[in-house]
Design a protein around this ligand. Structure first.
Ligand SMILES: NC(=O)c1ccc[n+]([C@@H]2O[C@H](COP(=O)([O-])OP(=O)(O)OC[C@H]3O[C@@H](n4cnc5c(N)ncnc54)[C@H](OP(=O)(O)O)[C@@H]3O)[C@@H](O)[C@H]2O)c1
Length: 337
C-alpha cells in the first residue's frame, strides 16, 4: 500500500518536535511538503527536517497533487479556516487541538470534512493511545461502578521571557490557557463520563495586557447533579493529573495526555482491594500511535477511534467555560448559541 504523503501547514515548533518524528517512527507515511508564510523560515525548516517540497503559502501546498493529507499546526484561530480549505482541496486533515477558536467555526470545519468525505481528526493524540483504550474499556466494564465525578488538570510554566510573541498570549489568535491546554481536561472529562456536559461554570485569571486567560478553574455539569472539575494554566511548573471517581472505586492516571515510559500509570483503587497499577506506555512518544491510526484510516479505512465531530462537542464545552469565565462564574448551558 502506498505511503500517506503529508504536507505541513506552518513551520511550527510542534511540527518539528513531535509530528515529523512520529510520521517517521510510525511507518506508512512520509512528509513530502511544507508551507510557510515566510520563504526563509520555510526553507530553513525544510532543510533541517529533510522535507523535499517547500511552498510559499498554505494555498499553494493545498493545490499540490503530491499531498494526500495535511497536518495543521497553526495558531488556534486558523485551525478551522485551513481545515475547511484543506477538505475542499480533497486533503485528509490532522488538525492541531483545539479544532477551532470557537464552536461555530468548529461546526463549519467538521461539515466541510463530511462534505468532502476526507479523514479528519483533532490532534488529541491521547485518544489513540493504548492507555486511553484500556481506560475506556474499564469504564465500559464498570470497574469503578457509575462515574460520579472526575478531575483533570493541565498546567505548565510559560515563563515571562517566552510570552512576548508567543501565539498563546495572543487573543486575536485564540490564545489563552483554556484553549491551549484546558481543552485537554475537557476532552478527558467528556471521555470519562461518556456523555456531553449540560452546563459549565468557570473563573479565570486574565492577563491585562493581552486579554488572554492565563489560568482557569472550571466545573462541567452532567446529569443527575454530577459534575467534574478542571483546571489549566500557564503559571505552574507541574500540575498534570486526572482522576475518575465512581460508586465502586477510582481510577488515577499519572500522565493522561502524553503517556510515555514506565512513569505513565493507571491505578485502580477499590475499597477492600489492594491498589492495582498498570502501564501501557512504552518509550514511544505519544504522537506516534495517533499518526499510525490516522494513516490506517486513510489507507485501509479502519474505523475512527475518534471522529472530527468530537472536536465540535469539545469546542461547545470550551465556549461555555469561556462564556462563564467572562461572566464572573455564572453557570451557562453547553449549547449551540
Ligand atoms: N498536540 C500537542 O501536544 C500540541 C503541543 C504544542 C502545540 N500544539 C498546538 O500546535 C499549534 C502550534 O503550536 P506551536 O507551539 O508549534 O506554535 P508555533 O511554533 O508558534 O508555530 C505556529 C506556526 O503558525 C504559523 N502562523 C500562521 N499565522 C501566524 C500568525 N499570525 N502568528 C504566528 N504564527 C503564525 C507560523 O508558520 P509559518 O510562519 O511558517 O507559516 C508558525 O510557525 C497550536 O494550535 C497548539 O495548540 C499542540
Amino acid at each position: 500500500m502506498a505511503a500517506v504523503r503529508w504536507g505541513i501547514l506552518g513551520a511550527a515548533t510542534i511540527a518539528g518536535n513531535q509530528f515529523i518524528p512520529a510520521v517517521r517512527a510510525a511507518g506508512g507515511g512520509e512528509v513530502v511538503a511544507l508551507a510557510s508564510r515566510d520563504a526563509e523560515r520555510g526553507d530553513a525548516f525544510a532543510r533541517k527536517h529533510g522535507i523535499p517540497q517547500v511552498h510559499r503559502g498554505y494555498t499553494d501546498l493545498l493545490a499540490s497533487r503530491e499531498v494526500d493529507a495535511v497536518y495543521i499546526a497553526l495558531p488556534n484561530s486558523l485551525h478551522a479556516t485551513w481545515t475547511v480549505a484543506a477538505a475542499r482541496a480533497g486533503k485528509h486533515v490532522f488538525c492541531e487541538k483545539p479544532l477551532a477558536g470557537n464552536a461555530s467555526a468548529a461546526r463549519e470545519a467538521a461539515a466541510a470534512c463530511d462534505a468532502a468525505a476526507v479523514v479528519a481528526m483533532e490532534a488529541f493524540v491521547f485518544r489513540c493511545h493504548p492507555q486511553t483504550l484500556r481506560l475506556q474499556a474499564w469504564l465500559r466494564e464498570g470497574v469503578i461502578g457509575t462515574v460520579r465525578t472526575a478531575h483533570a488538570a493541565f498546567h505548565f510554566l510559560l515563563p515571562p521571557e517566552r510570552r512576548p510573541d508567543n501565539i498563546r498570549m495572543r487573543a486575536d489568535l485564540a490564545g489563552g490557557a483554556l484553549l491551549d491546554v484546558g481543552c485537554y481536561p475537557v476532552s478527558w472529562i467528556r471521555l470519562a463520563f461518556g456523555m456531553e456536559p449540560a452546563a459549565a461554570t468557570a473563573r479565570a485569571v486574565w492577563d491585562r495586557a493581552s486579554g488572554v486567560d492565563t489560568q482557569l478553574v472550571g466545573l462541567l455539569h452532567f446529569d443527575a447533579g454530577r459534575a467534574a472539575t478542571l483546571s489549566c494554566g500557564f503559571d505552574a511548573r507541574s500540575g498534570v493529573e486526572a482522576r475518575i471517581v465512581g460508586t465502586a472505586g477510582e481510577l488515577i492516571v499519572s500522565q493522561p495526555y502524553h503517556p510515555r515510559g514506565p512513569g505513565a500509570t493507571i491505578t485502580l483503587r477499590r475499597s477492600g482491594h489492594p491498589d492495582e497499577t498498570h502501564t501501557d506506555a512504552t518509550d514511544e512518544p505519544s504522537f506516534t500511535a495517533a499518526v499510525r491510526h490516522f494513516q490506517s484510516r486513510v489507507r485501509n479505512g479502519v474505523p475512527a477511534l475518534v471522529g472530527v465531530h468530537d472536536g465540535v462537542r469539545n469546542m461547545e464545552a470550551l465556549d461555555a467555560l469561556r462564556r462563564s469565565a467572562l461572566d464572573d462564574g455564572s453557570t451557562v448551558p453547553v449549547r449551540p448559541v
